[in-house]
Write a new protein. Structure first.
Length: 730
């Protein structure tokens, strides 16, 4: 690993990417059980022997006692109290939560940090403590909200345990003669489904006809079904106090069925959707095994999921080491101590540190934004630099980099001092023109653009055609098959180009649209195009008629700029927003329930993942920015990506939050604010609306940590975004 890659890795403490070594803590996977394995007296041994475990249980139990008036901590040292908790469904769930959280804090107090976490249902909530996303008190509050509504909604249906893989179970749900819904995926050949109690007989007969072995589950749990819709507003109120943090470790989510993006925000809405949607635990666990985790530590009173975990490992041809925190056939201190000793021999126990946090020590003189790691994820590197100051000189690149929102905004508002001269090679008429000439060019362009509402129906028709193509069956690349052709075809209609014109441009651009090597050839094509008279086109409107008009050469330059900027920006925006919908199912569910939120989705995508990561400037004189003096004639990059995640300007800056007040710089600012921003937003909105209409249950083809980006330090462009479009039912 070269030095730059090492620096990126050091700053990457919150990057949700599986680290595959089994020789240190990153090879260790914490698996948080659900509510399985309750036994009278669970936790008694550790409560008596381990002060950290006892303090954790007592602290969280006090929160419950203050709210409900019941002392559940007593169940960890008194047999009668433990028996009462076991007999009361509500208290049983809460006791499980106390045990999980106590174990998470105990393991970490011993120097055992997970390389990643995964949890099933209740375990997804409690695993946030190990991942650093919620405090123990916040986590037990979420558990209480889930348990509270589970108790209210009991006995409204039945759960059936199917001996079937997920695809078979979903097909059965789709074809069932009565309503049948997936509830949870336990293992590679075990899925739980939900139906109304009155429909059990007819569904049982249907499953028998399909030779799907099944049995009625002993539990009747209310969550992970649409019944939870009745309590959405109350849950949002109950959990409004949550202040989640980005994960310290990769977090495999059973709601997402894999890695949860680092930008995910596990607030009240996330937990509502986790409780109201089916969970794909086995899929998430298999994703973790595929990423190389070789040691599995069960967190719970007894390894009840062990058969399913081993079946998943066997299916993948993996042989992880399974260790248990507790088990019901021996002393808790013995089980815990034996696993701790084994982890020590494996080198998975570290000296206990006084604190931990993001390592911001990134050396500006060695930063390389062209490295593989930076292309894959530049944000930890940008964060590490910004933590040391808002402006830096990067010797390896030979330019100054501004990273703070205040500093980038200030530079954008001073085009006389921070000039756009570096863009002259692409377009000297609008992009790189001095302020007075830029104002003229901008006025001509703005006065001759077609109203965006006229483009809408055409964009809808194009999107529907791309999504209805007969050659698409079961799989779709949202970049190459949808986002890119949609943005380019909309731009062609906007320009008034013919099919032959569009074909010629497509051939010129080729596959490497983000390297911009094609720009000279495109400029030459538009120069020839400008020489031909074309009625009712953008070219004709900008060069003909009364008033100030472009010359043919000026128009050719403008059209080249608009094609490059418009198609790349729209295509990347569509793909990045679709990625959010694909890998953050809580966001997708919220947008499907409230389609008006698509505009918020677009704005937050622009902030968290701006298509154009930087804008290029050159100082016309010595300038002061962020307390740093920049010499005259210096190359300056204004990092829109870093400014949009500046914690001085945005609360929870690294997290994706719907309904955040727009204040991003994705389209630049000041005199050079993107003139095509409206068209980009319109195209993206239509694209996402039609995508959710055609493929509401799309699934990712690849885990998020295996997505690739175009090799550009300027654009944030997914190389591909494969989705599976068939065989899925919720």
């Amino acid at each position: 690993m070269n030095l730059a890659a090492q620096l990126i890795d050091r700053a990457r403490r919150r990057w949700p990417r599986a680290r595959q070594s089994s020789g240190h803590s990153s090879g260790l996977l914490f698996v948080f059980q659900g509510r399985q394995g309750f036994r009278i007296g669970m936790g008694h041994g550790l409560y008596a022997a381990e002060p950290v475990f006892r303090a954790s249980v007592d602290r969280c139990a006090r929160v419950i006692e203050d709210r409900l008036g019941v002392d559940l901590a007593a169940g960890f040292h008194d047999a009668d109290a433990a028996r009462r908790a076991h007999e009361h469904e509500f208290h049983s769930i809460l006791t499980h939560g106390l045990l999980h959280i106590g174990l998470a804090e105990l393991w970490r107090s011993k120097g055992v940090e997970p390389g990643a976490t995964v949890g099933l249902s209740l375990g997804e909530i409690t695993s946030t403590v190990a991942a650093g996303m919620l405090t123990p008190v916040e986590a037990i509050t979420v558990v209480q909200a889930a348990a509270h509504w589970d108790e209210r909604l009991l006995a409204h249906g039945k759960l059936l345990l199917l001996e079937a893989d997920l695809a078979t179970a979903m097909a059965a749900c789709r074809d069932s003669p009565a309503s049948l819904e997936c509830f949870a995926e336990y293992g590679p050949a075990t899925t739980i489904v939900f139906c109304a109690a009155d429909d059990v007989a007819v569904i049982s007969a249907f499953l028998g006809g399909r030779r799907i072995a099944h049995q009625v589950h002993r539990g009747d749990y209310a969550y992970h079904t649409p019944r939870f819709a009745n309590c959405k507003e109350q849950i949002l109120m109950d959990l409004a106090h949550l202040r989640p943090k980005p994960q310290n470790f990769p977090y495999y989510s059973s709601l997402a069925g894999g890695l949860l993006p680092a930008t995910a925000f596990t607030d009240a809405r996330y937990w509502y959707w986790m409780l109201a949607q089916p969970v794909w635990f086995n899929t998430a666990f298999e994703a973790a095994l595929s990423d190389g985790y070789g040691v599995v530590l069960n967190i719970g009173p007894h390894p009840s999921l062990d058969p399913y975990l081993r079946a998943a490992a066997a299916k993948l041809g993996k042989t992880p080491l399974f260790l248990n925190s507790l088990q019901d056939d021996e002393s808790e201190e013995i089980t815990f101590g034996r696993s701790l000793d084994r982890l020590r021999t494996l080198g998975l126990v570290r000296p206990v540190a006084s604190g931990r946090g993001l390592d911001h020590h990134v050396a500006p003189d060695t930063v390389d934004f062209g490295s593989e790691g930076a292309i894959r994820d530049p944000y930890p590197l940008l964060e590490g630099l910004r933590a040391q100051g808002p402006v830096h000189f990067l010797p390896r690149h030979g330019y100054w980099l501004a990273l703070g929102h205040q500093e980038v905004s200030a530079a954008l508002r001073r085009p006389d001092l921070f000039t756009s001269a570096p863009g002259a090679g692409l377009d000297p008429v609008l992009l790189a023109a001095p302020p007075e000439h830029h104002a003229r060019a901008r006025r001509i362009v703005a006065n001759n653009l077609r109203p965006e509402q006229e483009v809408g129906p055409e964009a809808i028709a194009i999107a529907d055609h791309l999504l209805d193509r007969p050659d698409i069956s079961g799989r779709l690349d949202l970049v190459g098959d949808f986002a890119v052709p949609l943005s380019e075809k909309v731009a062609a209609r906007f320009f008034g180009l013919t099919e032959a014109d569009f074909a010629a441009i497509s051939q010129i651009v080729g596959a490497d649209r983000y390297g911009l090597a094609y720009v000279p050839a495109l400029q030459a094509w538009f120069a020839r195009y400008a020489e031909d008279g074309r009625p009712d086109t953008l070219l004709a409107r900008m060069t003909g008629g009364a008033g100030d008009r472009f010359t043919a050469a000026e128009a050719a330059s403008i059209l080249t700029l608009m094609w490059v900027a418009g198609t790349t920006t729209s295509g990347m925006l569509i793909a990045s927003a679709a990625k959010i919908l694909l890998y953050q199912p809580d966001v997708r569910a919220e947008v499907i329930e409230h389609p008006g939120l698509i505009s918020d989705l677009i704005e937050e995508t622009l902030r968290i993942e701006p298509p154009e990561q930087t804008v290029w400037r050159r100082t016309s004189a010595e300038a002061s920015l962020g307390g740093v003096t920049i010499p005259a004639g210096a190359e300056v990059r204004l990092s829109l990506a870093a400014a949009n995640r500046d914690p001085r300007h945005f609360a929870d800056a690294a997290s994706f939050m719907l309904q955040r007040k727009p204040a991003h710089l994705a389209f630049g600012g000041g005199l050079h604010h993107c003139i095509g921003a409206g068209l980009a937003r319109l195209t993206a909105r239509i694209a996402l609306e039609r995508l959710l209409l055609h493929v509401p249950h799309m699934r990712p083809e690849l885990p998020i940590n295996r997505l690739r980006y175009a090799a550009s330090d300027h654009f944030r462009a997914l190389a591909a975004l494969g989705i599976l479009t068939a065989g899925h039912s919720s």
